[in-house]
Design a protein around this ligand. Structure first.
Ligand code: HEM
Length: 435
């Protein structure tokens, strides 16, 4: 693939192919990954793992991804590199009928049989919005905390996503996320060497397709996108803002975000927002020391705790160990800046553990840099509470901190869209009833 006169590197091409989608995108990926590009025949002839035939090998939680992902040398789960989000509406009015429910389950089950459950195969979740549950006469179980999406700061004005369902596809292989979408929607005869016989085609209308990526090297290759200052994003940064995120000690566990009672026991809730990022300002206005202070804390900056993108931190951002979460107001007065991670660590649970399991990734959808901020938590109230901490109202206009200036990363981030979903346990992932 080329971009004007420039020949794209392998990684750039894979990312660009996911964004492009369709048969052209898929052919480009398969070609680069050395896979047969012809969709004919069931001889896989590839080095891609075969699917998971036995249901017993599959977890009962849709969000059980960590043990099926790679881990880095510090024990942090490494997120899959390529992501596709599919927002879709059920075609009918009112409650979903049993035929469509069975058709969807067969299609999701076939995806598992086609791809191994893992980041080297395919991981996916299917979530349902409050708007979906409005189709039923009975209300959604009150043991599920799933409000309609709302603006969560006085300075934001997001649009709200209200599709019936959201499918999140993730894989280290760009071809898998593209091919799985096309298999699901009945656009392919074979996928990963298996015949496609079950699809959700005809039961849903696709209303939006979003894409993204995370992993060392992927963001740096996108300085061709508007708003990415030339050469500014560190070569090995996994995300555009230049730092590693998602350390094991700074994430909620899969257990702790799991709904523990009621009809959706074993499920979780998912928040998805689209955040646009101002990278010109982030990299040109601020020094590295200021960036470390705004992302982590002034203590992290002064003591040089973060080297490069932060690999040296191991499995913890050190916000707890350094006690900086207790110094937010003091830092506002004394240092004139408060850090993002520092502020967010103030909303941990009673046991001192983070409430959110963040599975966000970078994007250049629509030619703009941003983050598809996707998080899992037991209830959406956990997300709202955490987001309130990010707003830093209590330190706005204290010392040198403004509503957004020097208030973590608020100045560089704009919330464009928000949506909330229930991820039922796997056994109820296909058009669940509300209770
Ligand atoms: C452009 C968007 C964002 C970027 C680049 C970003 C980046 C980071 C980084 C580098 C850390 C420190 C490393 C770590 O703990 O993993 C962190 C921590 C964290 N972030 Fe963000 N973040 C973003 C948006 C958000 C949003 C929207 C929320 C939720 C409202 C959020 C919630 C958290 C939480 C809960 C922590 C961990 C705090 C703790 O240790 O208890 N982040 N983020």
């Amino acid at each position: 693939m080329t971009d004007g006169d420039r020949t794209l590197t392998r990684r750039e091409t894979l990312r660009a192919a996911v964004a492009l989608g369709g048969s052209t995108g898929l052919a480009a990926c398969l070609d680069l990954e050395g896979q047969p590009t012809e969709a004919g025949g069931t001889d896989r002839g590839t080095d891609r793992p075969a699917g998971t035939e036995s249901e017993a090998e599959l977890p009962s939680r849709q969000h059980a991804w960590n043990e099926f992902s790679r881990t880095d040398e510090h024990g942090n789960p490494v997120p899959a590199r390529h992501h596709v989000l599919l927002l879709a509406d059920y075609v009918g009015d009112g409650p979903v009928n049993d035929g469509d429910r069975t058709q969807a389950e067969n299609a999701f089950r076939e995806l598992e049989e086609t791809y191994r459950w893992g980041s080297d195969g395919l991981l996916f979740t299917v979530g349902y919005s409050p708007a979906y549950f409005d189709r039923y006469d009975e209300p959604l179980s009150e043991l599920v905390d799933l409000p309609q999406p709302a603006a969560l700061a006085p300075f934001e004005d997001p649009s709200f996503d209200t599709p019936d369902l959201l499918v999140h596809l993730a894989s280290d292989r760009a071809s898998a996320v593209l091919e799985a979408k096309q298999a699901l929607f009945g656009e392919l005869e074979t996928a990963n060497g298996s015949e496609v016989t079950e699809t959700i085609d005809g039961t849903v209308d696709l209303i939006d397709r979003r894409t993204g990526f995370i992993g060392a090297g992927l963001p740096a290759e996108h300085d061709d996108v508007d708003g990415v200052p030339d050469g500014a994003v560190p070569e090995d940064a996994p995300l555009f803002m230049g730092f590693k995120s998602g350390f094991r000690q700074n994430q909620a566990t899969e257990d702790s975000v799991t709904i523990a009672e009621g009809p959706f026991t074993g499920g979780t809730t998912q928040h998805l927002s689209l955040l646009h990022t101002e990278l010109e300002q982030w990299y040109n206005q601020d020094s590295r020391e200021q960036r470390v202070a705004k992302m982590f804390s002034a203590t992290h900056a002064a003591k040089n705790l973060v080297e490069g993108v932060g690999d040296n931190l191991g499995d913890s951002s050190l916000v707890a160990e350094t006690g900086v979460a207790d110094r937010v107001e003091d830092d506002a007065f004394e240092k004139g800046v408060v850090g993002h991670a520092q502020k967010l660590a103030r909303t941990r649970d009673e046991g001192g553990d983070p409430r959110l399991l963040r599975r966000d990734f970078a994007t250049v959808d629509d030619g703009q840099t941003g983050v598809h901020f996707l998080s899992l938590q037991e209830g959406i109230t956990d997300f709202i509470r955490t987001r309130n901490a990010m707003n830093g109202d209590d330190v706005a206009n204290v010392g040198g901190v403004g509503t957004k200036n020097n208030n973590g990363i608020l100045q560089y981030v704009t919330t464009v869209r928000r949506g909330n979903y229930l991820l039922p346990p796997r056994s109820k992932r296909s058009f669940p009833r509300p209770s």
